[in-house]
Design a binder for this molecule. Sequence first.
Ligand code: MN
Length: 302
Amino acid sequence: MTYLDAEEPACRGENDTVRVVITPAEKDLGDFAVRRVLPSAMARQVGPFVFFDHMGPATFPPGKGINVRPHPHIGLSTVTYLFEGEILHRDSLGYTQPIRPGAVNLMTAGHGIVHSERTSEALLASGQTLHGLQVWMALPDEQQEIDPAFVHYPADQLPVVNTASTSTTVVIGTYEGQTSPVQVLPETLYVDVKAVDDAHLTLPDRVEERAVYVIEGSIDIQGCVIPAGSMAVLEPGVTAEVSAAKDCRFVLVGGEKMSPRHLWWNFVHTSPAAIEVAKARWQDQGFGTVPGDEEFIPLPQK
Ligand code: MN
């Protein structure tokens, strides 16, 4: 079974199902590493997914934690989904929410929101292991300027589809007849698949653009081996057969094809002019503040 061998190099576009394999460099943020999978030179966006970060796993000793000061977003929704640990979210709408494993935290920026992501005092004192995904999803062209919103969906609200060899959490969208309560505007699919035994499964092909990102272990997509930390962007409309060894974990993300987005810092928009307006607005402190978190990240000068 070739899929058990994580050392094998991933195929690169030679497979009829896999269009391209993205293997991002690990970006060292000081106390922990992040793999920035999207955007990539090989794929700017996959369906509504314009940004895809895999955080950790990172072990913070007592006294260390994440400390992302208040910063703005426009034109997107962020989806934070953790496997381990906790992040304390605060935003300019007044929400304070500890983000914990298995929950979905959907923050829609629309015309503008400010948030911070930190470690709570209790976890700062104890230390913790943090592991998870943060993705940004573009809003549909006509809805980029909607009002901001934050919605927390506890882990027990997400449907789980079990087979003899897999346990699949439906994070967003509909999978095998089970629909997530998470409400997003573009047509989206985001599922978290754990192989509880050696598994063979067929990925849904009705999703216009799709990618598979491997969290643990490695998977085989019709002869193309995708190791942990790599993303396989799939050809549209073709059947994709996946083999995954026991204890492997991967996510499938995708959705409707969207028009190209401009990304600058934390701003996402179809219009470069809208991004320039957002830059000036942050510079002029026109986005509002996060109650209880008075710091902020200055506009980068790049
Ligand atoms: Mn952010």
